[in-house]
Write a protein that binds this ligand. Sequence first.
Ligand code: GLU
Length: 506
Amino acid sequence: MSNPINTRPVRVRFAPSPTGELHLGGLRTALFDYLWAKHTGGTFILRIEDTDQKRFDAKSLESLMRGLRWLGLEWDEGPDVGGPHAPYIQTERAAIYQQHAEMLLEKGAAYRCYCTAERLTEMREEQRRTKQTTGYDRRCRYLSPAERAEREAAGLPSVVRLAVPVEGKTTFIDLIRGEITVDNRQLQDEVLLKSDGLPTYHLAAMVDDHLMEISHVLRGEEWLSTAPIHKLVVEAFGWELPVLAHLPVILDPSGKGKMSKRKKVVEGKEYLALVHEFISAGYLPDAMFNFLTNVGWNYDPTVEIFEREEAIERFDISQVNPKAAALPYDKLDWLNGQYIRQITPAALKAQLIPILSKQLKIPAAKLQADNRLDILVPQIQERLKRLDEAVEWIDWAFKDADEIVYDDPSLLLGRKLDAAQSIAVLADGAAVLRTIEPFLPDDIQAAFRERAAALGISAGGYFGPFRAAISGKKVSPPLFESMQALGRDEVLRRVAWGGEALEKMG
Ligand code: GLU
């Protein structure tokens, strides 16, 4: 497809600041970058914006790359893969920004500001007290050459600020929101280079977008208000502004504020926010890809599940909805369930092993070789929405009989049976279980049904005490496959324990 607005080859960058764990909003931006790059046959670039050293967190950088790769968003150029515009980590490019700040100083488009932090605080307090709008009062902009020379001679630390035109208007086009115009009087002389010699976002991102030949900037809506500054910075250099597209904010599950970066509990339900949390909860990358593609854009309102290639084929950045919306978490769970059902039981087993291994504290290799999983995984495949739910479904199968605690022995009662009758059912069934050879689900089931009929009780009433005895739970995977997974000896041990628990209750 042709490239709207400009005719440059499409080059898009995801430019996160490694100041904490990647959240779903960031991952959505990266996904849209990726979709747009792939749709146009362009290039997807990862650039690390780490110039805020106070907030830098090395761990988050690694986790960020893991999160992107988990979703399948391989970058064509970036920190570890290199590329024609390396380095892709901003702190390694400090000299480039300093040179560019000098260029603006020489042109008179920027100026050195020597105001101290104390002076700025006083100024703001005064502005608040006299009910003026707060912001830098441009004192250093109008220093005479002599005053400037004096400050330089005294070796005063300084920052570089953009000299924003005091009159006129600035207009830019947002691909999603249309033309936006602001009055320059509303803008501040923003800092471009800090006194530590590192650039602010306003300078670093513009310089890099230019040098890295970025054609489209897709970024969160929170940057919309600074876009006029960016236009002015780019103009001051005499460059072309990339096409801007500000993606809608993702709202909290309540639909009120912006989605928080922490997981949230609303009415007893937990809502995750960070990418690594979604990974450990067992969301499948394909489901997440499908889900996030529809957050702010829509593949087709009549199609729920689509392939990555199909999304790439259709994706159109100009069709993104500018309106903020809450994440439909239920939809994600539903989709994940659909994707879980699509994979083979062997693939599902492989996906479950890391989660089970961690939660059940059993080495992965041991689980891999364990035939209980081979029997149980196909039984729970239909029931899972998140992979971590498997723990609750099958943990009982990996415990010892004496670890099955009957917190609520009434679970062991068969429907419409009292304790004595339930004990009798367990004893009756135990005798049957000893005779079944081979120990296969259909045969056990047929024999149990026969016994229930002979005793004049319902099949459900007869099965109930066994389900609770072997799993300690009211809900578990199908009973007879569960028995097969445990094996006869273990089933008999648990049935005996269940009987004892009922005795104590009686
Ligand atoms: N470093 C900025 C952030 O993490 C990037 C914004 C942009 O994409 O330009 O929000």
